[in-house]
Design a protein around this ligand. Structure first.
Ligand code: PQ2
Ligand code: NAD
Length: 219
């Protein structure tokens, strides 16, 4: 894989068809990541892992148990070439190019349009790490470290913060003041407080508490 400066984004794939060619461990990992993002996943491979086979049986993915053939990327938003055959991956990438579909290539020999980072999800919090192909095990290790630092409680924290933010945006017209209060609302201490209280019931008390926090933060 040649060196690039990749541009990280979060893509909306809800109900979008994503096609994974190949059925090994790598294809399974890509398929799971896509399902976590609500995509509609089509997997094409003559043989598949137990995991993929279970996913097909459960109806979570659409599995075509055969070799890749040109035309398989029809209707795809994203394509993944994850076979162990470099020439097959290259053909998948070529079809994707023709169709203008961004393609991920699992082997290091064919150029892909995007790579996949290691990911940690805590509800709305999405943490990702990438080593740009230099060593994916580093990305996986860093995400493992972050998973103990940012535990499952973050899901609740962000739910609460989303509500607080809606209130602040509705009640505080001045952008500078809004930013100041939202910064105060986002410290870890503050997130714990919101997730434990019924702040949304009393907007005035919430805004006063935020003001207090903002002043404390300065002090
Ligand atoms: C992050 C993660 C996401 C995912 O796949 O969903 C991911 N690889 C993961 C694991 C992993 N992959 C490999 C090992 C074995 C150890 C090692 O080789 O280091 C391990 C570790 C393990 O299995 O624990 C081998 C490997 N990977 C690539 C090649 C080809 C090459 O480098 O040329 C080879 C050699 C194949 C060979 O032997 O020939 C290529 C890519 N792998 C990427 C992503 C992209 C770069 C992202 C980045 O650098 O951050 C990129 C460029 C393309 C892509 O796949 O998008 C996922 C961790 C998720 C998690 O567990 O949390
Ligand atoms: N990107 C990554 O994260 C990563 C990690 C490890 C390995 N790799 C690379 O990815 C490749 C796949 O890794 P794996 O562990 O999943 O391999 P694997 O050998 O377990 O699986 C290969 C899959 O490709 C399928 N396949 C072969 N020919 C096909 C065809 N013509 N059409 C459709 N499917 C076909 C096979 O049925 C099999 O399911 C490796 O050869 C390696 O180059 C990438």
């Amino acid at each position: 894989m040649s060196e690039h400066e990749w541009y990280p984004i979060l893509l909306s794939l809800k109900d979008r068809t994503c096609v994974v060619i190949g059925g090994g461990e790598v294809a399974e990992r890509k398929a799971r990541g896509l399902l976590n993002a609500g995509a509609s996943v089509r997997v094409i491979s003559p043989s598949v892992t137990r995991g993929l086979s279970d996913m097909a049986q459960a109806g979570s993915i659409h599995l075509l148990q055969r070799e890749y053939a040109k035309g398989d990327l029809e209707g795809a938003t994203l394509a993944f070439a994850a076979t162990d055959r470099q020439e097959v991956n290259a053909s998948v990438a070529a079809e994707a190019r023709e169709r203008g579909i961004p393609v991920n290539v699992a082997d290091g020999d064919t150029e892909g349009d995007f790579i996949v980072p290691a990911v940690l999800r805590r509800g709305d919090l999405v943490l990702s790490a990438s080593a740009s192909g230099a060593g994916p095990a580093v990305s996986a290790r860093i995400i493992g470290e972050l998973s103990s630092r940012y535990g499952p409680e973050y899901e609740g924290y962000l739910k609460a913060l989303r509500q607080i933010r809606a209130i602040v945006r509705a009640e505080v017209p001045d952008p500078g003041q809004r930013r100041r209060l939202l910064a105060a609302a986002s410290t870890e201490e503050a997130l714990i407080e919101w997730s434990r209280s019924d702040f949304a019931l009393d907007k005035r008390a919430l805004l006063d508490r935020l003001e207090e926090r903002a002043l404390d933060g300065k002090g």
